[in-house]
Write a protein that binds this ligand. Structure first.
Ligand code: C2E
Ligand code: MG
Ligand code: MG
Length: 679
């Protein structure tokens, strides 16, 4: 039913059950099809249930069948809410129980008759026997001494009772003992089961019990006491109905692809944990996001993406304890609820473990795929007293983890919430900045070992914010990428850099950084060519710097764009080499003109011997492949000497000059005409 309690969906079995197809019933409400819609007293409790959005079970009502007869229906259902908790209607199952209903009524009438006539039950007549053998439920009556008075065929069937145990006078104890010995009892302890049932028959006035038997079957037992001290019970096998209900309940609260709990179920579990937390217990919520999922999905296709998510789920399951709950929130987002003491330490340990485990390559459809994960952690009750608050805060911490370089985890801090708000302000400012011309290009010289002179400039964007002053790219570029603004800004950088380069000496090369997001835009190649053309700049003077993450997209389009640019004479260099994934393989995928070794290797050059080993390897690889090599971030003379000895082609860094505004760089170039940097 939809949110207005109108039928919106039926399974195909509707036609066989009620004789009409879904098309005739959809849009109607239940009262439209009931045979007793005018009976307000009958319907009010059910209507109240619905209005309160409660689950209902085995509600029985009369239905007017197309053949004119009244049939009885038993329905069960539960409310459905969307991710935001908005009510979306009801989902449920119904069964035609007319035969049972009529048999029950007959039985009630027969019992009434018997009682009225004060006939002893041992002498019941044929009418009664046939009446009770006709119902599809098991029926039994015991006297005040807990001895069987009568039972029907179905009762014997339900419990596999042999003929001698269904004779009048059989003690209940013997029947129960037989049930225990054949496994047809419920609960963990057979002795407790026996005692409970012996008691129930003797003393409980009226009850309905659901018995989940050891073999998986589910029986509904309605038990009532008789005035003379005996008791009567109806046993109904509701296994099928129960399974259908369970399946529906499961579907509503689990993710179909991975079988993991979904956001709804996670929220419930968090509520429970928060309620327990009133005794001082804490717990952690970890939000996890795959670093590279979209690229896999885009390049290998959705079925591969699905198998990857399933593989990720399996790895996650190995990391957690039984008491932890893993949930898939959607897309490549997962959350883990981790109860227990020492929440901060345990959450950090789990996060490290997950990052390590998910960092290893996956084999999907025969291909090696590397994704990696970032994790944000919120601690309850400290970081929030509501599930949504905790999830939001864990999410903010996740953003931070991603900003801090991915494949890492961060705990939530109050500052992040404030940051989130200032981010929104920044986003609005950014959109304005392009229009009001607040961006500038700074240039940093690149010096060649061969000539000892400046051979090129790297254009580095700056934002002259009216309030916050001059901002470096680290403060806004990733936000530009997220909101897609990097495409027009990137175009502006290309145009400006080409125009300014055209004003400089012809032996000065100009390097421009490109974001991976710009490669998703099919207009990239023509943007570059137009910028060159408008500035009348020789394509050989333009160098485009890309990072490995561009090739990670592994798309044919990206490679084609790079080749087109290179065919026009533009040079392509790999920036920040060594910080990414499996670097060497990318060098095979595209013929780069230059490798720029990331400045972290240069900074640690003197401290860590492996940095030197890597620099040496890249330098000799560059020589063998005919690729130039540039060291970034050179700050000291010692570094410079080592790099020269290792045979790098060029260097760039504060040792020579920081990035400078265009006018200052012109002056520097004029002076440098005469200067040879002494190595
Ligand atoms: P990058 O391409 O690796 O640029 C080099 C960065 O290292 C620059 O930071 C530069 O100021 C800094 N640097 C240079 N020499 C030294 C040194 O000796 N020591 C230290 N510690 N740092 C040095 P900046 O300007 O903040 O740029 C950061 C990153 O932002 C760049 O890294 C680049 O990836 C990106 N970026 C800059 N401009 C643009 C742009 O126009 N478009 C795009 N998409 N990205 C840009
Ligand atoms: Mg660069
Ligand atoms: Mg770099």
């Amino acid at each position: 039913m939809d949110e207005n309690y109108r039928f919106s969906y039926f399974s195909s079995s509707l036609k066989t059950t009620v004789g009409v197809g879904p098309e005739q019933e959809i849009g109607k409400s239940r009262l439209d099809i009931a045979a007793n819609a005018e009976d307000r007293e009958f319907w009010q409790p059910h209507v109240d249930n619905l209005l309160r959005r409660e689950t209902f079970r085995n509600f029985t009502y009369p239905y007017r069948h197309k053949d004119g007869r009244t049939r009885w229906f038993s329905i069960s259902g539960q409310p459905v809410f969307d991710e935001d908790g908005a009510f979306k209607g009801y989902r449920g199952v119904g069964a035609d129980i007319t035969t049972e209903h009529e048999a029950r009524e007959q039985l009630a009438a027969a019992l009434e008759e018997l009682r009225a006539a004060n006939v002893k039950l041992e002498t019941q007549n044929m009418l009664f026997e046939s009446a009770i053998d006709n119902i599809s439920q098991g029926l039994c009556m015991f006297d005040g001494d807990r001895q069987l008075m009568v039972c029907n065929r179905r009762y014997a069937e339900l419990y596999g009772l042999p003929r001698e145990l269904v004779q009048p006078g059989t003690p209940l104890q013997m029947i129960l003992a037989h049930r225990v010995s054949t496994g047809r009892y419920s609960g963990p302890d057979p002795q407790a089961f026996l005692e409970n049932r012996m008691n129930m028959v003797a003393s409980v006035v009226r009850t309905e019990t659901i018995d989940e038997l050891k073999d998986g079957r589910v029986y509904l037992i309605a038990h009532a006491q008789l005035p003379d001290g005996g008791s009567v019970a109806i046993h109904d096998d509701i296994t099928a109905r129960k399974r259908a209900e369970e399946r529906i309940a499961h579907m509503a609260r689990h993710d179909a692809l991975t079988g993991l709990p979904n956001r709804l179920l996670l929220r419930d579990k968090m509520e429970e944990a928060l309620a327990r937390g009133e005794d001082g217990d804490e717990f952690a919520v970890l939000c996890l996001d795959l670093d590279n999922f979209k690229a896999v999905n885009d390049s290998l296709g959705h079925p591969a993406g699905d198998s990857l998510l399933q593989a990720v789920t399996r790895r996650l399951q190995v990391c957690v304890r039984e008491t932890d709950t893993i949930s898939r929130l959607g897309g490549d987002e997962f959350a883990i609820l981790q109860p227990g003491p020492n929440a901060p330490e345990r959450a950090a340990t789990l996060a490290r473990r997950i990052i390590e485990v998910l960092g290893a390559a996956f084999t999907i459809e025969g291909q090696q795929v590397v994704v990696g994960a970032s994790i944000g952690i919120a601690l309850a009750p400290h970081d929030g007293a509501e599930p949504d608050q905790l999830l939001k805060n864990a999410d903010l911490a996740l953003y931070r983890a991603k900003d801090d370089g991915r494949r890492t985890y961060r705990f939530f801090e109050t500052q992040m919430d404030i940051n989130q708000q200032s981010r929104r302000a920044l986003e609005m400012d950014l959109r304005q900045a392009l229009i009001t011309g607040e961006f500038e290009l700074f240039y940093q010289p690149i010096v060649s070992f061969a000539s000892g002179r400046i051979s090129g400039l790297e254009a580095l964007i700056r934002w002259r914010h009216p309030v916050r002053g001059l901002l470096a790219p680290g403060e806004f570029v990733s936000l530009c990428e997220e909101i897609g603004l990097i495409v027009p800004i990137g175009d502006w950088v290309l145009r400006t850099a080409c125009l300014q380069a055209a004003q400089l000496s012809e032996d000065i090369r100009i390097a421009v950084n490109l974001s991976p997001v710009q490669f998703k835009n099919p207009g990239l190649v023509s943007s570059v060519l137009q910028a060159l053309y408008r500035a009348r700049l020789d394509p050989g003077r333009l160098e485009l710097e890309i990072t490995e993450s561009v090739l990670l997209l592994e798309s044919e389009d990206t490679l084609a764009a790079l080749h087109q640019l290179r065919d026009q004479g533009v040079r392509i260099s790999m920036d920040d080499f060594g910080t990414g994934y499996s670097s060497l393989s990318y060098l095979r995928r595209f013929p780069f003109d230059r490798i720029k070794i990331d400045r972290s290797f240069i900074a640690d050059l003197e401290k860590k011997s492996d940095c030197l080993a890597i620099i040496r390897a890249v330098s000799s690889l560059g020589k063998d492949l005919g690729i130039d090599t540039t060291a970034e971030g050179v700050e000291t003379e010692t570094q410079l000497k080592v790099l020269m000895m290792e045979g790098l082609t060029e260097v760039q860094g504060f040792l020579f000059s920081p990035p400078l505004p265009f006018d200052e760089i012109r002056e520097l170039l004029a002076k440098a005409e005469k200067t040879v940097f002494a190595a």
